[in-house]
Design a protein around this ligand. Structure first.
Ligand SMILES: N[C@@H](CCC(=O)N[C@@H](CS)C(=O)NCC(=O)O)C(=O)O
Length: 224
């Protein structure tokens, strides 16, 4: 199958989940990076400059054998099925994984919504308030729902949920989100366990070496 993943030059979980899933299973794909300048046009037209369709005018987008697929969860599941990191025939495990992908989406949206259309000072203040508020609650929910016995989020098997949690938490604790301290994950041992285990995977290390800036330290290069 010919696969192209389209995103910015940023290792955000939305795009990293499908990319790392494919990479871990040695499934080749074209890692297509687009500029923010081109993305402004995509938002208007729903197309890349070369005509590639971006159906909902949002990224990431996966093009699979000429078909454009959008929405982070849909892309994650598609690539997870191809790579064996999401079940094809086990609806309970699939639902368990979906819950975490959707929680990652909720947390991402919560953080971005605080920064929309406000000054940097207000954004920082609102994010600080989140720590004892909605964000703190969501992290506690995440922590309490990660399985207690085992290596990964839902079971003893690595899935797209683990990659999503690792990358999202890396961004959250990177120090690049104004108002969110780097020690925000202190006191969440299960979240830390999942993140450390993902980062210890040989293929993940290889991916980091190949594609992340040399200064990489759990996502310390974001600015948002
Ligand atoms: N619901 C979408 C949201 C994706 C999203 O917000 N992507 C950002 C870039 S990271 C974007 O395209 N923003 C522009 C917009 O929403 O108009 C998904 O889950 O993939």
């Amino acid at each position: 199958m010919k696969l192209t993943l389209i995103y910015f030059d940023l290792p955000v979980w939305r795009a990293e989940v499908p990319k790392i899933s494919l990479f871990m299973s040695d499934i080749p794909f074209d890692n297509r990076i687009i500029s923010f300048e081109e993305f402004h046009r995509v938002r208007e037209t729903g197309r890349l400059d070369d005509g590639t369709s971006i159906p909902f005018h949002q990224l990431p987008c996966l093009v699979a054998n000429g078909t454009s697929i959008v929405q982070t969860g849909a892309i994650a599941r598609f690539c997870g099925k191809l790579s064996g990191l999401y079940p094809v025939n086990d609806i309970f495990t699939a639902a368990a994984i979906d819950q975490f992908i959707d929680l990652a989406t909720d947390i991402t949206e919560l953080l971005f919504s605080m920064g929309r259309d406000v000054s940097d000072d207000i954004k920082k203040l609102k994010r600080e308030q989140l720590i004892d508020g909605e964000l703190g609650k969501k992290l506690a929910v995440l922590e309490s729902n990660i399985c207690s016995d085992g290596t990964w989020t839902t079971s003893n098997q690595l899935s797209i949920a683990d990659i999503a949690i690792w990358r999202l938490m890396g961004w959250l604790s990177s120090g690049s989100l104004e108002g969110i301290p780097t020690d925000i994950l202190l006191g969440f041992p299960k979240i830390n366990r999942v993140c450390s285990n993902v980062e210890a995977e040989e293929k993940v290390k290889e991916w980091i070496n190949l594609t992340y800036p040399k200064s990489y330290e759990r996502g310390n290069f974001f600015k948002s």
